[in-house]
Design a protein around this ligand. Structure first.
Ligand SMILES: NC(=O)c1ccc[n+]([C@@H]2O[C@H](COP(=O)([O-])OP(=O)(O)OC[C@H]3O[C@@H](n4cnc5c(N)ncnc54)[C@H](O)[C@@H]3O)[C@@H](O)[C@H]2O)c1
Length: 455
């Protein structure tokens, strides 16, 4: 069987969207190209050694995702919660790395080239600053910044120290989004004025109500350091583990999920600027647990050539993760891991609405004339929906592994990264504008001259 043909089992594994399209749609399994196809073995002298700061949920996912990447080695991990030292080693399949509460020990090591930062958002600026000032390259989790000022300061320090920075919105390295970009760039969507995207969930975990591990305490967690510049308060495991709910440490739905949608849309459309204006609406409808961010958030964003409408909610998951690019000549959607392109009006049709207000004689004349100018295709030359295209990555594909691989490749080769600090900052600005509009109940406008959001 050819590499791109589908066995029945593969087909069953594809998203429901692809399967539902039936026989008319052409389904293509995309070739993984960055990691598996283009990178040969790396000589031991080119091995990139790295450390990680923050080995919670995302830190451990990153460590697991690095396992298939050739030519790299994790040698140290820092975390303020002791059990996460064990979790980090387990994510590396038992590798015995140095673990510490104090990340300076990683930055002082001369054998480390790069550091992954997977702390909560309020720590990104300080950790990234310290990493690049120690002469190492940095992979910073999304959203890059916790505030506009943080993002501007981070760009400055990264560029001043001439370090590589990749921001961790992995869709930017995904083969699925690369295909979407190819379709966008081909122009076959025609003029696109509307892009809609959503990320909906309906579980307590999806709403960040994470369980608190039984060994968590002031003895096992360095709470004071974790607070950093945030207002001082007594040890609070709810804030430590569910930090996404609170403004002092996170940015709610916008920072957690809009940022992925914005980064994906920016990557596909070749946009590298903040939105010009944001209008938000939403509320806390179900999770009235003391959180500061809404559990339903809508934001409409203005860009020079299109409108972007985003929604995230915690209370119904029917839509899941969805992108729609609506063009005059075609529609492109990404639902989970299935990309579909559909022509908007593939065949010319006679007017069939307003002519019903015409007398029958004029209407008949119109149809006769139309048919004369549009002869029917000869027998056997009809096209039946074969212009619809469906793409999906192969089973087991990981865009996070590709994103990390791209970062480590840039560290090794000094070639530009796929998602640098300016791209990451612009995507994060969209999140900050969304929240500014939600909390002020006013439109939030990006003032490019003053580098700030005004409401
Ligand atoms: N790219 C993605 O798909 C994705 C997914 C989830 C989370 N994230 C991002 O990853 C980051 C971490 O999220 P998480 O869910 O893993 O949070 P988490 O709370 O599970 O883990 C964060 C860890 O960072 C540690 N930490 C904080 N400050 C530290 C410091 N100064 N030194 C050492 N360790 C420190 C904490 O002790 C904690 O264990 C966030 O920015 C989040 O937005 C990205």
């Amino acid at each position: 069987m050819g590499k791109n043909s589908l066995s029945r089992r593969d087909f069953m594994r594809l998203g429901a969207g692809a399967a539902a399209l039936g026989a008319a749609a052409k389904v293509t399994i995309l070739e993984p190209r960055t990691l598996w196809a283009s990178l040969g073995p790396v000589p031991p002298s080119d091995t990139v050694r790295f450390g990680i700061i923050g080995t919670g949920i995302e830190g451990c996912s990153l460590l697991s995702a690095t396992l298939p990447v050739p030519g790299i080695e994790c040698v140290a991990a820092a975390d303020l919660y002791d059990s996460r030292h064990i979790a980090a080693k387990e994510a590396l399949q038992g590798k015995d790395i140095e673990t510490t509460r104090d990340y300076r020990r990683i930055l002082d090591r001369k054998d480390i080239d790069a550091v992954l930062v997977a702390t909560p958002d309020h720590w990104h600026r300080k950790a990234v600053t310290d990493v690049v000032e120690s002469g190492k390259d940095v992979y910073c989790e999304k959203p890059m910044s916790h505030s506009v000022e943080d993002g501007l300061a981070m760009i400055e320090v990264i560029q001043k120290n001439k370090r590589m920075c990749t921001v961790g919105s992995q869709r930017v390295s995904s083969i699925l989004y690369a295909k979407a970009k190819e379709i966008w760039d081909s122009g076959k969507l025609g003029m696109v004025d509307t892009i809609m995207a959503a990320w909906d969930r309906n579980t307590d975990s999806g709403a960040w109500v994470y369980p608190i591990p039984p060994d968590a305490s002031e003895q096992t967690i360095d709470w004071k350091t974790w607070l950093d510049g945030a207002p001082s308060r007594p040890y609070d495991p709810v804030r430590f583990f569910r930090w996404r709910c609170y403004k002092d440490y996170g940015a709610g739905l916008a920072g957690d999920l809009f940022v992925h949608l914005i980064s994906g849309i920016h990557a596909v459309t070749g946009t590298n600027m903040p939105p010009q204006r944001a209008l938000s609406s939403g509320g806390i409808y179900h999770y009235k647990d003391g959180r500061e961010f809404p559990d339903l958030l809508w934001t409409m964003f203005d860009y020079p050539h299109y409108q972007m409408v985003l929604r995230c909610n915690h209370n119904n998951s029917e839509v899941g993760e969805f992108f729609g690019f609506y063009g005059k000549s075609g529609t492109m959607t990404i639902q989970g891991s299935t990309l579909t392109y559909k022509p908007q009006a593939p065949y010319e049709q006679p007017e069939d609405y307003s002519v019903f207000g015409w007398p029958a004689k004029l209407r008949d004349q119109y149809y006769e004339e139309w048919r004369k100018n549009h002869p029917r295709p000869e027998a056997g030359k009809f096209k039946v929906g074969e212009d619809e295209e469906v793409y999906t990555p192969p089973p087991g594909y990981s865009d996070m592994t590709d994103h990390l691989n791209n970062f480590f490749n840039s560290v090794r080769t000094r070639r530009p990264v796929t998602e640098n600090e300016v791209f990451g900052h612009n995507a994060a600005l969209g999140c900050h504008m969304s929240n500014a509009a939600y909390f002020s109940r006013q439109p939030a406008v990006w003032d490019a001259a003053a580098n700030k959001i005004t409401t």
